[in-house]
Design a binder for this molecule. Structure first.
Ligand SMILES: [Fe+2]
Length: 350
């Protein structure tokens, strides 16, 4: 009997472990402070209800909708980046609500000091002239928004800081939003965020939020956002030919990495053609430099050679080396790692 009970417990533990390994069950993030710490700027009841009821409801609904589907394994960012592919509107609403509120809690801190980084401060000066003018623009956006939604400070695909707004629980990383980018500040502009204390006084609410913004955290988010996968993905969306090439590279390269060269062998012609389309496409300004142009030429050459090797039925070993080389060239175009690390180390050194 004891053995049976122990076996059952072990089975539950193993199942829970497997479940947590292979599913992305979303959970309510902890606040950085207690609910009452945000008072008097935001009252304790509003904070508690907003966190434990509103935010939790988005998470519960999202988990319930995705449970048992293949999408349960999907990363939240990936869901949002490709939200147009989801027919179920509740996923857009609840995944957005979860992402948006998580950012909101992260950037609010009682007794916050103005510990803004030099990198963010310089970018604000470049794009808004001063922090005060950024504040005015965000305040105007909060006051003028009709209905429920969010006001954002985002990094656009061109690397520029911009103030934008979205309705309901949409956000700027979704592929259905007009002005896309990675948000570093998100201001909840729903009545549940302010009505209890501020009633219809949106300006009073905004002034309270502004005093709570943790500029150290925003600075950190700014640095991490540049070169992040989300940022690169949004940039890639502005260059359709790059996106198409990325899809075929991803499909064939990851299979090859796992010892399966058949995907590459069957798609080598498309691989070659897409590299030609890419080479001849209009390069968006944010990518258009000498390094990218050289890499595009190299990538086309490598893709042509790879197709020839496939036609000649070369060995898996030869093909693997070729696709690894092409993959490295492809990442020169995206410029992910080097750019990000440079900024990150600069920030940490401060
Ligand atoms: Fe909210």
């Amino acid at each position: 009997m004891k053995t049976t009970t122990t076996g059952a417990i072990c089975s539950v533990i193993v199942n829970l472990f497997i479940f947590s390994m292979f599913s992305q069950v979303q959970t309510l993030p902890k606040l950085r402070n207690t609910y009452s710490d945000y008072a008097p700027l935001i009252d304790s009841t509003t904070m508690k209800t907003h966190h434990q009821v509103n935010h939790k409801s988005y998470i519960d609904c999202l988990n319930k909708t995705l449970q048992g589907t293949k999408k349960m394994d999907e990363n939240l960012n990936d869901i949002l980046l490709n939200i147009s592919y989801y027919k179920n509107k509740s996923i857009r609403y609840n995944a957005g609500g979860h992402y948006n509120h998580s950012l909101y809690w992260d950037i609010l801190k009682p007794n916050s000091s103005s510990n803004i980084s030099e990198a963010l401060s310089n970018q604000i000066t470049k794009d808004f002239i001063s922090l005060d003018l950024l504040k005015k623009e965000m305040k105007r956006a909060v006051k003028s928004q009709i209905g429920s939604g969010w006001v954002w400070l985002i990094i656009s695909p061109k690397g520029k800081l911009m103030v934008t707004s979205t309705q309901n629980e949409d956000n700027p990383i979704m592929d259905v939003v007009k002005e896309r980018g990675v948000p570093v500040i998100g201001i909840d502009n729903w009545e549940h965020a302010y009505y209890l204390k501020h009633k219809q006084n949106k300006e009073g609410y905004f002034n309270s939020i502004w005093k709570l913004i943790d500029w150290g955290m925003v600075s950190e988010k700014f640095i991490k956002a540049i070169g992040s996968d989300v940022f690169e993905s949004i940039k890639t969306d502005n260059w359709p030919e790059l996106k198409v090439y990325k899809d075929i590279m991803s499909h064939t390269y990851h299979a090859a990495e796992n010892g399966n060269l058949n995907a590459l062998r069957s798609l080598s012609k498309e691989f070659m053609l897409y590299s030609i389309y890419l080479r001849n496409s209009k390069i968006p300004n944010e990518f258009n430099d000498e390094k990218t142009i050289k890499a595009l030429i190299k990538l086309q050459k490598q893709s042509l050679e790879m197709h020839e090797l496939c036609l000649n039925n070369e060995s898996d070993k030869v093909l693997l080396k070729k696709i690894v080389d092409a993959h490295n060239t492809f990442h020169l175009i995206q410029g992910v790692c080097i750019h990000h690390d440079e900024h990150y180390h600069h920030f940490n050194a401060r």
